[in-house]
Design a protein around this ligand. Structure first.
Ligand SMILES: *Cc1c(COP(=O)(O)O)cnc(C)c1O
Length: 402
């Protein structure tokens, strides 16, 4: 069965911007003509005869079979996200980690090598270090963003170059175009985890990347309701290879969660604009606060890669990290002073959240890996939500001014 969507054509127009794509691209409509997308809560699909069923199974006729493979609601989300990322194909998965796992297991084999950076989402590091290793996949962590360092670390068996940009939690950047060149020279693919910026603020495929990873859990949902993920890329790598893995391995996304994400895409452009504005103002305020040692935000001229951020991104994102003076004790004091900000690890929500990475998202990796990643005891990460910024600042003041 092919991964195309013959039942719901409705392709976006070439001149549409990201807001229009998010609202309109690949609208899936049933015979009832519903205006807002329906949820197709069904595990399997009917056929009119044995002949038709055999033809659909053989891929000779279009049609849905079973929701582990493809479901119309999931398809609508996949098609719209692919359109927004400028990719030919998208495969939605049950979580962001499920997307990274599906990509790796579909495209790598024992003896292959992954080249990645030292600062990564904690679970991604755990997947590479503790799980893929057991299947004979090697991984190296490049200590510097300099493309020359990546070129030097590339091996003959490097099949995948993987980056998050901006990365979690220090918001360091990777030069996507330069790393695409490094990957392609060595016959490897470049995958970019675009979770922090979304297709509204960054289009890795247009910059030369081969694959885009999403944790839809974050900004694509945008309201902290569902866990999900996606892999976007070309029709061979994603549409055939990753899809073939997913339909057999069952890392699929549920129709209900797909519908939530589809609705999330409709407000994504508007939300990202507000998240960026709030984060910029918060970062500037924090930079002038005497209790703050250092602020990590790509929109600040003091960010070492501010020029790269301006070149490859359409905005600086909604996350701000900062080191407070006084280590863990002071960092926890800031968290415990919050009445408005949510003490939780999620990000990309309408509600602002605050996290202490060293004791939470990055607690399960080794002390050495944490140091390598630059995650110190005084580090705090704030995901700026959609509340009034004055209220967010007033809340952070409780712990910071103490
Ligand atoms: C959250 C996150 C993931 C993992 O996504 P889940 O949906 O939680 O599985 C991967 N990468 C980044 C950058 C993330 O923030």
């Amino acid at each position: 069965m092919s991964h195309e969507n013959p039942l719901h054509p409705n392709p976006p127009e070439a001149h549409w911007g990201s807001a229009t794509l998010g609202v309109r691209a690949c609208e899936a409509r049933s015979e009832f003509g519903e205006h807002s997308a329906a949820i197709h809560a069904t595990s399997s699909f009917l056929f009119s005869s044995a002949e038709q069923m055999a033809a659909v199974f053989a891929g000779e006729q279009p049609g849905y079979i079973y929701s582990r493979f493809v479901n119309p609601t999931t398809r609508a989300f996949e098609d719209r996200l692919a359109a927004m990322e400028g990719g030919e194909s998208c495969v939605a998965t049950g979580s962001g980690m499920g997307a990274i796992l599906s990509m790796c297991l579909a495209l790598l084999k024992s003896g292959d090598h992954i080249l990645t950076s030292q600062t990564l989402f904690g679970s991604t590091m755990g997947l590479f270090d503790r799980i893929l290793k057991n299947f004979g996949v090697e991984v190296s962590y490049v200590p510097s963003p300099d493309p020359q360092a990546w070129r030097a670390a590339r091996q003959a068996n490097t099949k995948l170059v993987f980056v998050e940009t901006p990365n979690n939690p220090l918001l360091g950047l990777s030069d996507i175009a330069a790393l695409a060149e490094v990957a392609h020279e060595g016959g490897a693919l470049l995958a970019v985890d675009n979770c922090f910026l979304t297709p509204v603020l960054q289009n890795p495929l247009a910059l030369g990347a081969d694959l885009v990873i999403h944790s839809a859990t974050k900004y694509l949902d945008g309201q902290g309701r569902c866990v999900g993920g996606a892999v976007v890329g070309d029709s061979k790598t994603v549409g055939e290879d990753v899809f073939r893995f997913l339909r057999t391995a069952g890392t699929s996304l549920s129709p209900f969660n797909s519908w939530v994400f589809l609705k999330g895409l409709e407000t994504l452009a508007l939300r990202m604009k507000a998240h960026c504005e709030g984060a910029q103002r918060l970062a500037e305020w924090l930079e002038n606060h005497p209790a703050v040692e250092y602020v990590y935000y790509p929109g600040l001229p003091s960010h070492p890669q501010h020029a790269l951020a301006k070149r490859q991104q359409k905005g600086f994102g909604g996350l701000v990290s900062f080191d407070v003076k006084g280590g863990r004790e002071r960092a926890w004091q800031v968290i415990n002073g919050c009445r408005l900000l949510s003490i939780t690890s999620n990000l990309g929500d309408t509600r602002s959240t605050i996290t202490h990475p060293a004791s939470t998202t990055h607690a399960r990796i080794s002390e050495e890996a944490r140091q390598r990643a630059g995650v110190g005891e005084g580090l705090l990460r704030v995901s700026v939500g959609l509340e009034n910024l004055d209220d967010i600042i007033a809340d952070l003041r409780h712990g910071l001014d103490a």
